[in-house]
Design a protein around this ligand. Structure first.
Ligand code: NAI
Length: 307
């Protein structure tokens, strides 16, 4: 992890130890890429079962990464890489104790503003004054989450938005609020680079960059279905072969989860910061969610995955 110690980075807060709160899909991925980059990482969740789940996700994923990095035949190098990364990880159910010794906190818990604010309120009191706080939220304003902390902390509170699956996806959106300090932004961008990602900068606006463009596009695919203008399969084939998308918009919606899609679009409509036409609900999407057809995870969404 040379970059963090290079002279150009010396004026930044040197991040060495990281606490990731939430050991789910995203949290475990963030723990993994930070540990692979040789950061000392504490993974926090509310129960031992949740921590075990996170550890299992990491163990499985890191084997794949090692195989790709060193090749099938180099078993010893693979194992050394895995052992080194895993030795950087500790687990805990005590968030405040963990952040007391951390330079950076990355929150990846349930997407609920009240739960996130309650967490950050407690962490703010336990963490050193210069510890940087971040949230991996996809749809909540960073500024609103940060309201649970002191005015001084808010200047050290940004967004660090990773993508699923974290070990494979190369992007991190680094989100700047109105009050975020420049040097904190720089520390976050450096951290993202050190984990092997490309950081992009954006303001604290709904959907940041990727989802601000992607979600309205996916919603319009549902509205094409609503109007009966084309069949699902044809919409997806069209966007793959005609626009070079790796996945069609409806397949992608099934992958993301239709409940998540609905949650995001309803939230944006309520917030009132995005043009109305872009947040118009879709009958097809709403009725699928109502039936419990939530996409891949429930075996059925736009498409049937049961066979
Ligand atoms: P998940 O449901 O897989 O994991 C959430 C974890 O947080 C669970 O293990 C849960 O036990 C834990 N948790 C809940 N409340 C907690 C608390 N108070 N303290 C400690 N741990 C707690 O969720 P996922 O998908 O990993 O999402 C987490 C965050 O990442 C959300 O804010 C979401 O918007 C964001 N996100 C999700 C993406 C995705 O594709 N799933 C992509 C980018 C961001």
């Amino acid at each position: 992890r040379k970059a963090a110690f290079s002279s150009s980075a010396r004026h930044l807060k040197d991040i060495n130890s990281v606490t990731v709160i939430g050991a789910g899909l995203m949290g475990s991925g963030i723990v993994q890429v930070a540990a692979q980059a040789n950061y000392k990482v504490t993974m926090v969740d509310t129960t031992d079962a949740a921590l075990k789940n996170g550890q299992a996700i990491i163990t499985k994923s890191i084997k794949r990464v090692a195989k790709k990095k060193f090749g099938e035949e180099n078993a010893a190098e693979q194992q050394a890489f895995i052992d080194k990364a895993l030795s950087n990880i500790t687990v805990s159910t005590d968030g405040p104790a963990a952040v007391a010794g951390s330079d950076l906190v990355v929150e990846a818990i349930v997407e609920n503003i009240d739960v996130k604010q309650a967490l950050f309120k407690a962490l703010d009191q336990a963490a050193p004054a210069d510890t940087i706080f971040t949230s991996n939220t996809s749809s909540l304003p960073i500024t609103s989450i940060a309201e649970a902390t002191s005015a001084a902390r808010r200047e050290r509170f940004g967004g660090l938005h990773f993508f699923n699956p974290v070990p494979a996806m190369k992007l991190v959106e680094v989100v700047r609020t109105e009050v975020l300090k420049d040097e904190v932004y720089d520390s976050l961008a450096t951290f993202a680079k050190n984990t092997g990602k490309t950081p992009v900068e954006c303001k604290d606006t709904p959907g940041f960059i990727v989802n601000r463009l992607l979600v309205p596009y996916m919603m319009e695919a549902f509205r094409v279905l609503d109007r009966g203008d084309a069949k699902a399969k044809d919409i997806d084939v069209a966007m793959k072969l005609g626009a070079g998308m790796p996945m069609g918009p409806l397949e992608l919606a099934d992958f993301v989860g239709l409940d998540t899609m609905k949650f995001i679009i309803d939230g944006w409509a309520k917030e009132g910061k995005i043009e109305e036409a872009l947040v118009t609900p879709s009958k097809t999407l709403n009725s699928l969610v109502e039936q419990g057809s939530l996409g891949r995870k429930s075996g059925k969404g736009v498409y049937d995955y049961s066979k």
